[in-house]
Design a protein. Structure first.
Length: 336
């Protein structure tokens, strides 16, 4: 693993849930401060996707180039269950997550026996096979995608109201985040981190390394699927873009920019990337008016260029990501 992708230190022994609780309360209050609920829900979905990916790369040391397959598979599965089968929202979300988990098990059984770049390339190849299956399958709608997915209700709460759906999505995110936290701080999570640090030593201690890596891969796929299913519920459609290799690249960027091996880093990274994708055009127009340089007005069409520059800056100057560097700075201040 390169220096640019070196995970941060082991999770802190301090109880951080006061800080997490304040973060969740702030998110819950965002609509009251005028935030657009759909946008925040989209950020939460991608944040969950990035947290799921971080569980694999940040705490297990496995780089997957195929996580978009789980996001897309769960989105299509949930959308089909809600629209065609008429299942209620909780069952649709559960079906989508389980579909992604099953796909993760199948892909993991094929890929987990390899490591490093070979593992990454196998996951990419398998994800591309899944993408072309979705392109041809009749239930996905092909290039048009699966449209007009109904929201239905969640335990008697009507989800057509954006605010109702907002707090359901927030509750899903908090529950998934808690599961990731408990996993990382459990004996199972400690074994995963030992595999990340020194796989040969973990094997010599008697751990079935392939079994642990497969379990981590399936759990990561299931949580990524939960993010994809929730995203379909929020936006009302599932498209091929969710399963494209570019989405796998985007979640890698979110994790690395935010801070790999940290629990909140992927959330920060997802916020930054989604914010860039949605607001870079407005920011460019503002810069063009401020400076008189009309080139800035075209930034909205150059999102990939801007995100690429941010990635380069992070690799060169913030190798531990935003949250990782902030944490290291705080630690240095405390030691001083």
């Amino acid at each position: 693993m390169s220096a640019a992708m070196t995970p941060t230190a082991q999770p802190s022994k301090r109880n951080p849930w006061l800080g997490y609780g304040l973060m969740f309360v702030l998110i819950a209050l965002l609509p009251a401060f005028g935030a657009y609920p759909i946008f925040v829900m989209k950020v939460l979905c991608y944040a969950l996707f990035a947290c799921a990916f971080n569980l694999l790369i940040g705490f297990t040391g496995l780089l997957s180039f195929g996580h978009a397959a789980f996001l897309g598979a769960a989105g299509y599965a949930c959308g089909h269950a809600l629209k065609v089968w008429g299942l209620p929202a909780p069952l649709g979300l559960l079906f989508g997550a389980l579909a992604a988990g099953g796909l993760g098990l199948a892909m993991g059984l094929l890929a987990i026996r390899r490591s490093g770049i070979y593992f990454a390339m196998i996951t990419l190849a398998l994800a591309q096979m899944v993408f072309f299956f979705f392109l041809q399958a009749p239930f996905t709608g092909g290039e048009d995608g699966l449209q007009a997915v109904p929201r239905g209700s969640f335990l008697g709460l009507g989800l057509d109201d954006d605010l109702h759906l907002y707090y359901v999505v927030l509750a899903i995110f908090v529950a998934a985040f808690w599961l990731i936290y408990r996993t990382v701080h459990s004996p199972f999570g400690q074994v995963l981190m030992s595999i990340r640090e020194n796989e040969a030593r973990a094997t010599s201690l008697g751990y079935d390394v392939e079994r642990f890596k497969l379990l981590a891969f399936v759990l990561s796929a299931l949580l990524a699927g939960l993010a994809g299913a929730t995203k379909t519920l929020v936006l009302g459609f599932a498209t091929l873009s969710d399963a494209q290799w570019g989405t796998s690249g985007a979640v890698i960027l979110m994790t690395l920019v935010g801070g790999m091996g940290t629990l909140t880093g992927p959330i920060v990274g997802a916020l930054l990337v989604v914010l860039l994708e949605n607001k870079i055009g407005d920011f460019g127009n503002w810069l063009a008016q401020l400076t008189g340089v009309q080139w800035f007005a075209g930034l909205g069409e150059s999102v990939s260029l801007v995100t690429g520059l941010i990635f380069i800056v992070c690799v060169l100057a913030f190798r531990r990501g935003i949250v990782g560097e902030v944490g290291a700075l705080i630690a240095r201040v405390r030691r001083a």
